[in-house]
Design a protein around this ligand. Structure first.
Ligand code: NDP
Ligand code: PYC
Length: 345
């Protein structure tokens, strides 16, 4: 048996759970929106399954559910917009900073939103889509905690460091968006395999002795592997530099030192870049959005699909038929709503 929700009814339920757990309205709604969107878009590794980890992190006192994010005043002109998340979730900080980021990117061609002192536990595509909805291209990245061995190494050091890119498309089409962990798979996928009693595909992880493993328990004890060997390893390192070191926030090994566990949501910073295609192409031949459409058509013309097409199809299905949760998932939501943080043992 399974149960159906609309986006709104599931959102209402998840917000109520977060409010019951002591989160304020701004934190609860911003975080609930990304988890419910994940569920709607068939991204199970960053859907309602993340609620339990959120509550655990609140209970451990490692995130402030009552934080009110604050724009750090730079005099109102600069390309770097900074939000102090105040120890809350990144999503509330992002929502506060987005309008200023968009305004600056339109004025300057390029602007960056830095969110400091935040817990980040979500997929990045909701943020990149919010940037493209402003008619801008976006690039979003953040560290995580040390769980990935650099290529040639054997011990966890880098994070699963997600990277997302979005490009706006004309005519009401959904944007071009990719969003992925720089490890072969997101850690959430390994955890979901463990819970389902399934083995992992080969090449995802090594055990604590550095040997290849397909056992999720051994993988969680050992290290995950970067995607694309040395290339993914270098991109993950770049994210540590740009979205950790450069913005004055924690790198993945520092996050693990701070938390002492990967069972809680990671605390660090986030970097969001917004670029205005009209400004970058000014004075040059051709409309960048039209030229991008020709490129997308050529990709699809070969039978390939664009990234996020699976997700957008799942969204359309959920909008028509509802979001389906299993009875176990619904029972867990009911328990969280009834007992709040006491639901965790
Ligand atoms: P996936 O490997 O599932 O997907 C990566 C991207 O590739 C998606 O945009 C996907 O689109 C696209 N894609 C997949 N298959 C194809 C194909 N055949 N052709 C074209 N495009 C394709 O992502 P991950 O498991 O690496 O990451 C999942 C999520 O985890 C991400 O949203 C990420 O932000 C999140 N994450 C968050 C972290 C954090 O610290 N906050 C850490 C790590 C990951 P589609 O969705 O349409 O299939
Ligand atoms: O799935 O790797 C992951 C992850 C880490 C933090 C949030 N998601």
């Amino acid at each position: 048996m399974a149960q159906q929700f609309t986006y709104e009814t599931l959102l209402e339920r998840v917000v109520a759970i977060f409010r019951r757990a002591g989160m304020n309205e701004v934190q609860a709604t911003a975080l609930a929106r990304v988890f419910v969107s994940g569920e709607r878009d068939a991204c199970k590794s960053h859907g309602v399954y993340r609620i339990e980890g959120t509550l655990r992190t609140l209970k451990a006192g490692k995130v402030k559910g009552d934080a009110v994010p604050r724009l750090v005043d730079d005099g109102g002109q600069g390309a770097v917009v900074r939000v102090d998340a105040g120890g809350g979730f990144s999503n509330a900080g992002f929502e506060l900073g987005l309008p200023v980021l968009a305004e600056r990117a339109r004025a300057l061609g390029l602007a960056a939103l830095v969110v400091n002192d935040c817990t980040h536990f979500a997929a990045l595509w909701p943020e990149v889509e919010a940037v493209t909805a402003q008619g801008l291209a976006g690039l979003v990245m953040c560290p995580s905690y040390a769980t990935v061995a650099p290529t040639g190494g054997r011990a966890p050091l880098l994070g699963t460091n997600p990277l997302a890119f979005g490009w706006p498309r004309p005519g009401g089409q959904p944007p071009y968006v990719f969003d992925f962990a720089t490890s072969v798979a997101a850690r959430g996928e390994i955890e979901l395999h463990r819970r389902a009693g399934k083995t992992l595909p080969e090449g995802w992880a090594i055990d604590a002795e550095g040997n290849p493993t397909t056992d999720p328990e051994a993988a969680l004890e050992g290290a995950m592997l970067p995607f694309g060997g040395h290339k993914g390893s270098a991109i993950a390192t770049m994210i540590e530099l740009l979205a950790g070191v450069m913005i004055g926030d924690l790198t993945s090994p520092e996050v693990l030192d701070y938390l002492g566990t990967t069972a809680l949501a990671p605390f660090h910073g986030e970097l969001i870049l917004a670029l205005d295609p009209a400004k970058f192409s000014a004075g040059r031949a051709g409309d960048p959005l039209a030229r991008a459409e020709a490129l997308f058509a050529a990709i699809e013309g070969q039978g390939a699909r664009l990234p996020s097409q699976r997700r957008f199809a799942a969204r359309a299905r959920a909008e028509a038929e509802g979001i389906t949760l299993s009875d176990d998932e619904v029972a867990q939501l009911d328990r969280f709503l009834e007992l709040g943080l006491d639901a965790l043992d």
